[in-house]
Design a protein around this ligand. Structure first.
Ligand SMILES: NC(=O)c1ccc[n+]([C@@H]2O[C@H](COP(=O)([O-])OP(=O)(O)OC[C@H]3O[C@@H](n4cnc5c(N)ncnc54)[C@H](OP(=O)(O)O)[C@@H]3O)[C@@H](O)[C@H]2O)c1
Length: 229
């Protein structure tokens, strides 16, 4: 692999943690790992000299400015993976304004601001947004996921809009709409449910896609799911 700088947002656990480890196992890679939990990141990535951990809450003010400050410490960024996610599983009428704001803040608003920040440092490269199959029209839906799945649908829509606005640039953006993977998020939201794919396997796919998918695709929403529909 040519030397690459990769940013993984949402890196402390689940699929994000596995992606950081895979990227970091390439000695030519430098990985910026962002999430709220510093201890978990330091523990998970202690063996890798090429991982830099940044503690960051995506629900707070000034995401764009904080990202600009972090990103300005490297010469250029080749890959940005917007992987952080927040899931609320609640009956529709029990959803609060706070639930909705938290979901949209992590799953949509902070992604848009992170992308605004990265453009200064990404001259050609690939931005991968991690959405959910539940955010894709005509796909399987689950009761209780109004806040989460509508926010993931907005992320899909953002991908198409960004790709159109930046189609003459060398920055490509795609969106992976994941099906169930065995992670802490899934275990907390659906206790006892066993996913057909592990966090490690899902991470393998996303890493490969992030490295190569932009050669063939831009503005695409790709379902990564074993379920039908
Ligand atoms: N697992 C599945 O079945 C599944 C299915 C479809 C889509 N997805 C999507 O795939 C992505 C990864 O999912 P996962 O299951 O690996 O989730 P996870 O285990 O809950 O990990 C989510 C990551 O996001 C970070 N994060 C959450 N809120 C944050 C905040 N306010 N500020 C900064 N970082 C924050 C968490 O770190 P901290 O807590 O340390 O901040 C964590 O590293 C998510 O976007 C999810 O929606 C997952």
């Amino acid at each position: 692999m040519k030397p690459k700088t990769i940013v993984v947002v949402g890196a402390s656990r689940g699929i994000g943690r596995e992606m950081v480890k895979l990227f970091a196992s390439e000695p030519n890679a430098k990985v910026l790992a962002l999430s709220r939990n510093s201890d978990r990141m330091r523990k998970a990535f202690s063996e890798f000299k090429n991982v830099e951990c940044h503690v960051f809450d995506l629900t707070t003010e000034g995401v764009r400015e904080k990202c600009e400050a972090i990103f300005s410490t490297v010469e250029k960024i080749d890959i940005l993976i917007n992987n952080a996610g927040y899931l609320v599983n609640k009956p529709f009428e029990e959803l609060t304004r706070e639930d909705l704001e938290h979901c949209y803040s992590v799953n949509v608003l902070s992604v848009i601001e992170t992308v605004q920040a990265v453009l200064r440092n990404m001259h050609d490269g690939h931005i991968v947004n991690v959405s959910s199959i539940g955010g894709v029209q005509g796909s399987i839906k689950f009761p209780g996921l109004t806040a989460y799945s509508t926010s993931k649908a907005a992320l899909c829509s953002f991908t198409e809009l960004f790709a159109e606005e930046y189609k003459d640039s060398s920055v490509r953006m795609n969106c992976l709409a994941l099906g169930a993977a065995q992670t802490e998020m899934l275990e907390e939201a659906f206790p006892g449910y066993v996913a057909p794919v592990s966090a490690e396997k899902m991470a393998e796919f996303i890493v490969q896609f992030a490295l190569t998918g932009h050669k063939w695709m831009n503005g695409k929403i790709i379902p990564v799911s074993l379920s039908t529909p």
